[in-house]
Ligand binder design. Structure first.
Ligand code: ZN
Length: 207
């Protein structure tokens, strides 16, 4: 075999290795099957299950159900503004907390913005009921031209919204990219207010 033959043999082996690696990392189940516990997969390919789970950052592959109003059912039992700190998750290394999948997506968004040279700060996140009452007194109800939700109805009270500190560059970055992380500007008069929509994040919600 001449040198050309050896080179072509190496190229063929390399392409087979790449094909095998690609097969290994591709998810082998559909999103609808994600609720199957690893142990219940009948001794299936654990490595592929694991890589699939890890690739879905929020809750490491956990899926959630929502009630008719789009609130995760695991939160509705507590009530708006009455969620214990243990049921929430810290956003990066900040003092702010949100519902875990929202916290993880926001942490990721802030890190990705930073890579683009954009700084996203957080002004507010989960808001307990008493703070919602106080805010409504100070800022007035949104429905009456103010800036506060009716206490007990705020997206902040579910740990499902964040108020961001954005300069003009950051605001335009967030407007362009937030939906990739499941965040939407859900209060038209508040450019800083971004609500988390779990149903828009692929693989997060069970149907
Ligand atoms: Zn807000």
């Amino acid at each position: 075999m001449g040198i050309e033959g050896v080179n072509s043999r190496i190229a063929s082996i390399q392409s087979r290795i790449i094909a095998l690696q690609t097969q290994k990392t591709e998810p082998t189940t559909t999103p609808g099957q994600q609720t199957t516990p690893a142990g219940g997969a009948g001794g299936g390919d654990f490595a592929s299950y694991l890589s699939q789970a890890v690739s879905q950052t929020p809750g490491s592959g956990r899926t959630y159900s929502l009630d008719a109003k789009g609130i995760p059912t695991e939160l509705t039992a507590y009530g708006n503004g009455k969620i214990p700190a243990t049921a929430l998750e810290q956003v990066g290394d900040t003092r702010h907390k949100l519902w875990a999948p929202a916290a993880e997506k926001l942490t990721q968004m802030i890190a990705d913005a930073k890579k683009d040279g954009v700084t996203i700060g957080i002004t507010d996140s989960y808001r307990p009921y008493a703070e919602q009452v106080d805010l409504a007194k100070r800022k007035g109800l949104y429905s009456q031209g103010g800036l506060a939700a009716k206490p007990g109805t705020s997206e902040h009270g579910w740990g499902m919204a964040t108020d961001l500190d954005l300069n003009s560059k950051a605001l335009s970055w967030v407007r362009q990219n937030a939906d990739k992380y499941g965040f939407y500007n859900t209060a038209s008069r508040e450019s800083w207010h971004w609500g988390f929509k779990p149903e828009k994040v692929p693989g997060l919600v069970t149907s």
